[in-house]
Design a protein around this ligand. Structure first.
Ligand code: SAH
Length: 397
């Protein structure tokens, strides 16, 4: 059977150097966007050529997006059909099978797994799919068919609420595609259970990326008093309780998220050591300071304060404000954990903002550990964005 050739799109002369050097994206000003190319349906696979008309791979084209083309396959003869998608997904699954004893993880991390913008979280038979690019949206039926063959999921939720979709010109919304979602989903990774609110919660309801960092801090928490600011459903709080923390205060503005933290703590019989407070984090930290409270471990894991490059300055100020209010709550010889999931904020920038706060407060602090997202969030070596999470752990005198 002969196959229709893919349409061709061409790089401008001397442009697209990053792509040609291994980066998975082509920006709008790097591509010749004539009438034909501009009229292609967003997400269409095309053969990319360099300015000398040499094919350099198959990419997903989205004329509506600033990231106009995303790498699918460096083999220009590749066909991006059901088999190709099934191969990619089975590689992603095999990697997780090797890394995780239990089926609770991020199954695909977009470009980090060679699947542009496709994020899938797995809690045993429940899958939450985020098709964050026009390509991922267009091939959703193929993705689901491949997942059926690999995993036969009972429940599939499609979450279209990511910020990335707006840049791709895509609509938002959530949809239970298969099965039903009744109540929160239990995440059982071996230690304390955690509940995920996949219908109403943020993101996909659970922050798998922080799991190794929860475990790192939990190992320091025995007999310690812990403050978990921006606690969500209690990822750090519950891990610290299972690590033997004498008491944990969890702060979040979402009552719904905190209720799930309490539910998990009740089930584990440790709720007498958990104090959850639904309050704005900044107000909550001020109130604790004016009550003269201090903690052996203070964790701050705020939402992305700098989601885009143009919000970087305001974002850095918000991180500074967070550490400025957190620092007085750290007892002498305590631990301060500062997290940032804003990819625009580099580890150096986060460190710089923390350093200024330590200096102003005249507290000596030394970094003892730096954490990233877990291995179910593989980082594309050319794409810093896929390694967005930074966790700095300081010992504070
Ligand atoms: N630490 C969590 C993830 C935190 S996500 C974990 O490891 O699982 C960020 C959280 O910050 C969300 O739960 C959100 O409700 C909360 N949040 C955002 N802005 C806030 C504010 N101003 N005050 C308090 N909580 C806030």
């Amino acid at each position: 059977m002969t196959q229709e050739p893919y349409p061709v799109a061409r790089l401008r002369p001397n442009r697209g150097k990053a792509y040609l050097g291994g980066h998975p994206w082509v920006y709008k000003d790097e591509l010749v966007l004539d009438r034909r190319t501009s009229n292609l349906v967003p997400g269409t696979p095309v053969v990319l050529e360099d300015a000398k008309r040499v094919p350099v791979g198959v990419v997903a084209l989205n004329p509506a997006s600033g990231i106009v083309a995303r790498e699918l396959d460096r083999d220009s003869a590749a066909r991006i059909g059901g088999d190709w998608i099934a191969d990619c997904l089975s590689r992603a699954l095999a990697l997780r099978d090797r890394l995780y004893p239990r089926p609770f993880y991020r199954l695909t991390h977009g470009e980090g797994d060679g699947l542009p913008g496709l994020v899938i979280d797995r809690a045993a038979g429940v899958l939450v799919i985020q098709p964050n690019t026009a390509w991922a949206e267009a091939v959703l039926p193929d993705i689901i068919a491949a997942l059926d063959t690999l995993l036969s999921p009972e429940t599939i939720v499609v979450n279209r609420d990511s910020r990335g979709r707006i840049q791709e010109g895509l609509e938002g919304g959530r949809e239970v595609l298969r099965g039903s979602v009744e109540g929160p989903i239990k995440i059982e990774t071996g230690g304390m259970p955690l509940y995920a609110d996949i219908e109403e919660g943020q993101k996909t309801g659970v922050y798998f990326d922080q799991f190794p960092n929860h475990a790192y801090i939990a190992a320091l928490a025995s007999d310690r008093r812990v403050l978990d600011v921006f606690s969500h459903t209690g990822g750090f709080a519950l891990a610290c309780l299972s690590g033997g923390a004498s008491h944990v205060t969890a702060i979040d503005s979402s009552a719904r998220a905190l209720d799930l933290a309490t539910k998990a703590a009740q089930e584990a019989g440790v709720d007498d050591r958990l104090d959850s407070r639904q309050i704005d984090a900044f107000d909550g930290m001020r109130a604790l300071a004016s009550d003269g409270e201090a903690f052996d471990i203070v964790i701050c894991d705020p939402p992305a304060f700098a989601p885009r490059k143009d919000t970087l300055e305001a974002g850095i100020r918000a991180y500074e404000r967070t550490s400025r209010l957190a620092l007085p709550l750290v007892a002498p010889q305590g631990i301060l954990v500062l997290c940032s999931c804003s990819h625009a904020v580099t580890p150096d920038a986060l460190m710089g903002s923390a350093q200024r706060m330590f200096h102003k407060a005249r507290r000596t602090a030394r970094m003892i550990h730096s954490g990233r997202a877990g291995p179910d969030h593989p980082v594309h070596p050319a794409l810093a964005e896929s390694g967005y999470l930074k966790v700095l752990v300081f010992a504070v005198d």
